[in-house]
Ligand binder design. Structure first.
Ligand code: ZN
Length: 455
């Protein structure tokens, strides 16, 4: 079978050096879902590939969501009663709760305590925490340091701005013979965290560089977007482009030493799913596959029932399954050059299978499904997830383990409330406790997010 000729990425340290250089340049930047950190990141990527940057003003309605105020930060620190800076954003940008509102005040330790975040089981690491949709402030620090804080008055400074501005994302398009598109999407909203997701950014960028040198049947669209709100914003503004997407990959956690992990699209048997599995099998290396779960990265939005795109996710160790995840231990040493190169090769191998048609047709488009016995509900916001947070249905602090199971039940119900699944079907497919699913249905109905399918 005639494979597309592909230049090896192996000889010398050219590609590895380029990826490492990108990681080093991006690591110190404080990114968030909006702000200058994302702009600077896209500027740096723009030195390697042409990036079309979009700025979407705060307040823009995107499906059920609204583009938030823009966040920027210059300085943030805590001084102890002796006037010594004991926590300083300048030393590590994970120290600030991402999206912290401005503040400068002296307060007793008891009050400060309510705004501190640490991980008792990993007492020497700084956790990564965010609060995008609930206005607050906070600091993250090693638990050991927190435990040692003496009572007294602490001076707290957060020199940030939360103002009308815009949400920034970047796109790079490689046209092919066909205008049918393959999507590669990565999130660019995390601050100093190397595997999640500078690895995904580096692999995506170098995939674009490698594909630019090859003949292409498909067109390729690379999205560099803030997680969740970025994909929702892109989908809201690009429904016509979305309709041309034949398959896609969300690229994340691609630099650790774990085996590859492919998460299937919602439909589960698309040509993208087949191509990924075929490339993984042909690699001869150990890998894992997992069925679609409406949790994780932006595949949640691409695979929402109103889009149901053939988008899976490629990672090494998935989010949340390595101890360094969302902590200061996810640093530049945690990500290895060989693993980044291997991930790039795997991305290219998947593309080869797609381009050569070796994956077979797969399920070309979503086919209507007949629901099983039981109640059948339809989501009132089928395009992307509805905003659960502003309805009080979602934990306000992103990045924490809290309430994950309840959220997961709601996300399953919303994802499968497409008229083709009964509540019994949802219990079956999700594998969740039926009581948990019933509770989720009840809460979502009360919030007006579900309605009975009209006969
Ligand atoms: Zn993350």
């Amino acid at each position: 079978m005639a494979d597309v000729v592909r230049p090896s990425t192996r000889p010398g340290s050219g590609v590895a050096g380029s990826m490492r250089g990108l990681l080093r340049a991006l690591y110190p930047i404080c990114r968030s879902i909006t702000g200058d950190g994302v702009r600077r990141t896209l500027e740096i990527l723009g030195e390697l590939v042409e990036i079309e940057v979009s700025e979407v003003p705060s307040g823009t309605e995107v499906f059920d969501w609204t583009v938030p105020l823009e966040w920027n930060i210059r300085e943030a620190w805590i001084k102890n009663p002796r006037g010594e800076r004991i926590v300083d954003f300048a030393e590590h940008n994970l120290h600030i709760l991402n999206y912290s509102a401005p503040l400068h005040r002296v307060m007793p330790l008891a009050e400060l305590e309510g705004h501190l975040h640490s991980i008792p089981s990993q007492p020497d690491l700084i956790p990564y925490r965010t609060s995008y949709y609930e206005r607050t402030w906070g600091f993250c620090l090693p638990h050991d340091q927190r435990e040692a804080l003496a009572p007294g008055e602490y001076e707290v400074m957060v020199d940030s701005t939360l103002e009308p501005g815009s949400l920034t994302y970047g796109e790079h398009v490689l046209p092919g013979e066909s205008d049918e598109e393959i999507l590669v999407s990565c999130h660019v909203c995390h601050p100093s965290l190397a595997n999640d997701n500078l690895s995904g950014i580096a692999v995506t960028t170098h995939l674009a560089l490698a594909l630019a040198r090859r003949p292409r049947r498909y067109s390729y669209r690379f999205l560099f977007i803030p997680g969740t709100i970025g994909s929702i914003t892109w989908l809201a503004r690009n429904e016509a482009s979305a309709a041309r997407i034949q398959g896609g990959l969300v690229a994340a956690n691609l630099g650790d030493s774990g085996a590859f992990h492919y998460k299937r699209s919602r439909r589960g048997d698309t040509s993208m799913d087949r191509a990924a599995l075929r490339a993984l099998q042909e690699s001869g290396k150990p890998f894992e596959t997992r069925g679609f779960v409406p949790y994780g990265y932006d595949e949640r939005q691409y695979c929402s029932p109103g889009f149901d795109l053939a988008v899976g996710s490629l990672s090494r160790t998935p989010y949340g399954r390595y101890p360094e995840y969302h902590t200061s231990a996810d640093d530049l040493d945690f990500v290895k050059d060989d693993e980044l190169l291997g991930s790039l090769d795997m991305g290219l191998a998947i593309v080869d299978v797609l381009e050569s048609g070796r994956a077979g047709a797969g399920e070309a488009a979503a086919t209507p499904r007949t629901p099983g016995a039981g109640r059948v509900l339809v989501g009132t916001n089928p395009k992307c997830e509805p905003h659960l947070g502003r309805r009080g249905l979602y934990g306000p602090l992103g990045g924490s383990e809290r309430g994950r199971e309840e959220e997961l039940a709601m996300l399953w119900v919303l994802n499968l409330a497409d008229g083709g699944h009964s509540v019994v079907d949802i219990v079956e497919r999700s594998g969740l406790d039926p009581d948990r699913v019933d509770e989720a249905v009840e809460r979502l109905e009360a919030a007006g997010l579900l309605e009975e399918r009209s006969a």
